[in-house]
Design a protein around this ligand. Structure first.
Ligand code: PLP
Length: 375
């Protein structure tokens, strides 16, 4: 059966060069990085070279990069440690954050009795920055946690503007950049973000590895206690092959950024035009001109009874798309993101997230359209 993978916001396939590099490490570099003998020192060196390479790609210093098991852990680490160590009294966030942020904040709100303010969402799915400034005007010690690219609808936050607003009000700024790292250039000398996170499997790297960026001068304590790995910031034997794979994946993503972005942008435009041509009444969630180039979230003009089976029917044809974030695929619960921006009526209709990679082709889009027409 033909297989068409259009769920790249959930995870991406690995680049072959990344696999090659990881296999080399798995076969040859098995020393524990904490061991003082040559095997260990060699593994440690690979980790430090990877850290430097990641830091160079983001224009920050290696000391500011802490390896974690995934982006969820990095988000948890930053948010939990900020509340505990920086004595944060209030968090400003939004209701359309990934659950890795939203649920963490909701639990911590109860544990530490902190104030949580949700910034308004505009109809386009974008964050209301005027409301953010209003909220920041009160004088509590605040952490602002707002994602860069929304994983469901692809809306983009203006990071420079938000970072500047946060500086103006002396608030810390954490941003979940899981959907954008490796897909857009970052210059952390230019933008005064305090914390950001990434997960390698979103940029053609391995699963089970991510990192936190913590701006130099901010002192956080670890949440995982034990050994002295990561300068005591994150205990546990490092996953050397995953770290090397992540650094290679990031390097290649930035090396091929322009050509891959161009290909994906054209593919998204082609998909929009085909959908508009074949499905009169199709709607796009978020403003398609401004949403991130690899994410397209649509409402199909189908009847309610077709809604529940749509993912299943596409899956039967070998097509992978998503209804929202991966954990909700196949569930009948509406996405918490769409629930914030859609009317009751539109929420009942089938929304699909189509997310592209440079491996996708126009033929694959034609196959998707053909099968949507058969539903
Ligand atoms: N944040 C965003 C925006 C995401 O899209 C995801 C994954 O879908 C995560 C955090 C969590 O990533 P992971 O499950 O790899 O920890």
């Amino acid at each position: 059966m033909k297989k068409v993978y259009l769920d790249n916001a959930s995870t991406t396939p690995l680049r072959p060069e990344v696999i090659e590099e990881m296999v080399q490490v798995l076969m040859n570099d098995y020393g524990n990085p904490s061991s003082t003998h040559a095997f260990g020192r060699h593994s440690k060196n690979l980790i430090e070279l990877s850290r430097k390479s990641i830091a160079k790609n983001l224009n920050c210093s290696g000391q500011e990069i802490i390896f974690t098991s995934c982006a969820t852990e990095a988000n948890n680490f930053i948010i939990q440690s900020c509340i505990r160590d920086l004595k944060i009294e209030r968090i400003i966030t939004s209701k359309i954050e990934h659950h890795a942020v939203l649920h963490t904040i909701q639990i911590l709100q109860k544990t530490y009795n902190i104030q949580v303010n949700y910034v308004n969402i505009l109809d386009s799915g974008e964050i209301d920055l005027v409301h953010l400034s209003h909220l920041l005007a009160s004088e509590n010690k605040t952490l602002v946690s707002l994602m860069h690219v929304n994983n469901e609808i692809g809306t983009v936050l203006n990071l420079s503007r938000v970072a500047k607003i946060c500086k103006q009000y002396q608030a810390y700024f954490h941003t979940d950049t899981v959907q954008s790292i490796g897909k857009i250039k970052f210059d952390l000398q230019e933008i005064p973000i305090d914390f950001l996170v990434a997960g390698a499997h979103k940029f053609y790297g391995p699963k089970g590895i991510g990192f936190a960026f913590i701006r130099k001068g901010i002192v956080l304590n670890p949440i995982l206690l034990g050994g002295e790995q990561e300068k005591g910031m994150r205990a546990g034997t490092e996953s050397v092959h995953n770290i090397v794979g992540m650094s290679k994946a990031l390097e290649l993503s930035y090396l091929y950024l322009e050509e891959e972005r161009k290909h994906i942008t054209e593919l998204k435009e082609y998909t929009i035009s085909q959908l508009e041509f074949h499905f009169s009444g199709v709607k796009f969630n978020g403003n398609t001109k401004d949403t991130f180039y690899n994410i397209l979230n649509i409402i199909l003009p189908f009847s309610e009874e077709k809604t529940s089976m749509i993912l299943f029917n596409l899956d039967m044809k070998g097509i992978a798309v998503s209804r929202g974030s991966a954990c909700q695929s196949g569930s009948i619960k509406p996405s918490h993101v769409l629930a914030e921006i859609l009317s009751e009526e539109d929420l009942k209709k089938p929304s699909l997230r189509i997310s592209f990679s440079h491996y996708n082709t126009k033929e694959e889009i034609d196959y998707l359209i053909e099968n949507l027409k058969l539903l």
